[in-house]
Design a protein around this ligand. Structure first.
Ligand code: UDX
Length: 475
């Protein structure tokens, strides 16, 4: 299938390459000429394991090309919109101007039968508004909302083999439909929630009664043929639900992390160990152990801004109270960064001036070079602001961190970071940091104090090597 992908950032570049890998004929489009040039050469503008390989093979096969010209979307049957929705300056709300601009620029190039597929994370209600915009263009194209759940660091596998697919599609008028209940049928009449507002049948009801009868569902099933054939769970629904699935999934994950971090705060004043607590409650399959790692908290380009945008949108809808808890989730998360700073200052004996601190990690999580809203970078910057001589290292994120915070000292050498340090702070759990030999590290630092902001070090081994070990939520 001929496919265009509008927006070639973390999401779009991976999506374009993965779609080509699946056999589609893809053009990736972005307004950033430098990014397009890099991608055309097969070089991703960011670190993502597996992406260089599929980019090279897709470009080599002739199935993937990149362009800055929106007219190159012409002739594609499916147009994915994968542009960013960052937090607005001075507000919690999402900035949807890039989505609006992409769809407005795409509209003149659409033809009847084309399907525009939104992948960006947007405030609920955006898809309905964009569908009206596409209708007004008179092209005869339609819109679906197909949220993306990829995790950085696993983006390629999450795109090629997603754990679920969600299609938000437009409701079709009942009159055009195969009746849900045929005459003489013993089947039950459709329940209220199978029927949409104002006499429209929802896509959900169609899917459950006459699967594959919606042209946009058919098109998406063709795009994701491999995933669909392998039995990937598929939820076919309306625009609003599809939009909300994405933000509520991220809100839930953020809440889970802040929940365990709140327990860490309680553990810190009671002498309990939050890591054992997480293991114990995680054995309950209703709770589950994943996303219960207490530490310096969540960051990145999604979770923090998505919970804020969700709060802002709910307030606009008069339902601010329903998600007011997300403000507390955000506050708990930010307090954990402060806690790491406080523990470090305490470890330095409250005199921080000109003391050297090795900050291990800058990316918001391992296997990524992304420093957007990174707790690790935030801790480094706060310590520097207090006058600490911060020397930070990270296997991938130094260039991005330096671009934002040139005032910090960076080194790609772990040894150089540790040498003569008065304290060591681990804030991104890269495997190479978790594997540091505490005996070796003890021999090159000046002060044997380690603050484990991700609870990933073996406290017993570090203490045995003469270190004062401080975890988060651990005695
Ligand atoms: C997230 C969602 O997981 C993904 O589905 C969505 O599409 C985009 O947002 P991502 O931002 O790549 O993906 O990172 P994720 O793996 O979810 O981690 C987010 C943050 O939470 C990281 O800073 C991570 O260090 C932190 N985290 C995660 C914890 O602090 N504790 C945990 O137990 C898990």
């Amino acid at each position: 299938m001929k496919i265009s992908v509008i927006g070639c950032g973390y999401l779009g570049a991976v999506h374009a390459a993965a779609m080509a890998e699946l056999g589609h004929d893809v053009v990736g489009i972005d307004v950033d000429a430098a990014k397009i040039e890099q991608l055309s050469q097969g070089h991703p503008p960011f670190y993502e394991p597996g992406l260089p390989e599929i980019l090279a093979s897709a470009i080599g096969s002739g199935r993937l090309r990149f362009s800055t010209d929106m007219a190159d979307a012409r002739g594609s049957r499916v147009h994915f919109v994968a542009v960013g929705t960052p937090q607005q300056q001075g507000s919690n709300a999402a900035d949807v101007s890039y989505v609006d601009a992409a769809v407005t620029a795409l509209a003149p190039h659409l033809s009847a039968g084309d399907l525009v597929v939104g992948k960006s994370t947007v405030p609920v209600g955006t898809a309905g508004r964009l569908a009206a915009l596409i209708d007004a263009s008179g092209s005869g194209a339609s819109l679906a909302w197909n949220p993306e759940f990829l995790r950085e660091g696993f983006a390629v596998q999450d795109t090629v083999k997603p754990d679920r697919l969600v299609y938000g599609v437009r409701a079709l008028p009942l009159a055009e439909e195969v009746p849900l209940v045929e005459e003489g049928s013993t089947k039950e009449a459709p329940s209220r929630n199978q029927l949409g507002a104002a006499g429209f049948e929802t896509a959900a009801s169609r899917a459950s009664s006459t699967s594959g009868n919606h042209p946009d569902v058919d098109t998406l099933n063709e795009v994701y043929a491999a995933a669909v054939a392998s039995g990937t769970p598929l939820v076919i629904t309306d625009y609003a639900t599809a939009e909300l699935v994405k933000v509520s999934a991220n809100a839930f994950l953020a809440t889970k992390i802040s929940f365990i971090n709140a327990m860490a705060e309680i553990a810190e004043v009671t002498g309990a160990d939050v890591t054992q607590l997480a293991d114990a409650i995680g054995f309950d399959t209703r709770i589950g152990r994943r996303f219960l790692n207490a530490g310096v908290g969540f960051g990145g380009g999604c979770l923090p801004k998505d919970i804020r945008a969700f709060t802002a949108r709910a307030e606009e809808l008069g339902r601010g109270q329903s998600v007011a808890f997300l403000k507390e989730v955000d506050a708990i998360n930010l307090r954990r960064r402060q806690r790491v700073v406080d523990l470090t200052v305490e470890a330095l004996g409250d005199t921080v001036w000109d003391k050297k601190v090795a900050v291990l990690g800058l990316a918001f999580k391992p296997h990524s070079d992304d420093v957007r809203d990174s707790p690790a970078l935030d801790v480094a910057v706060q310590l520097r602001g207090l006058g600490v001589n911060v020397v930070a290292t990270d296997p991938q994120a130094i260039a991005n961190a330096r671009g934002r915070h040139p005032q910090l000292t960076y080194t790609s050498s772990l040894e150089a970071a540790l040498e003569g340090a008065d304290a060591v702070v681990l804030v991104t759990e890269w495997p190479e940091f978790a594997a540091i030999d505490p005996v070796w590290a003890a021999s090159i630092v000046r002060g044997r104090v380690v603050i484990d902001g991700r609870n990933r070090l073996d406290a017993v081994a570090w203490r045995a090597a003469g270190w004062t070990y401080k975890g988060l939520g651990r005695p």
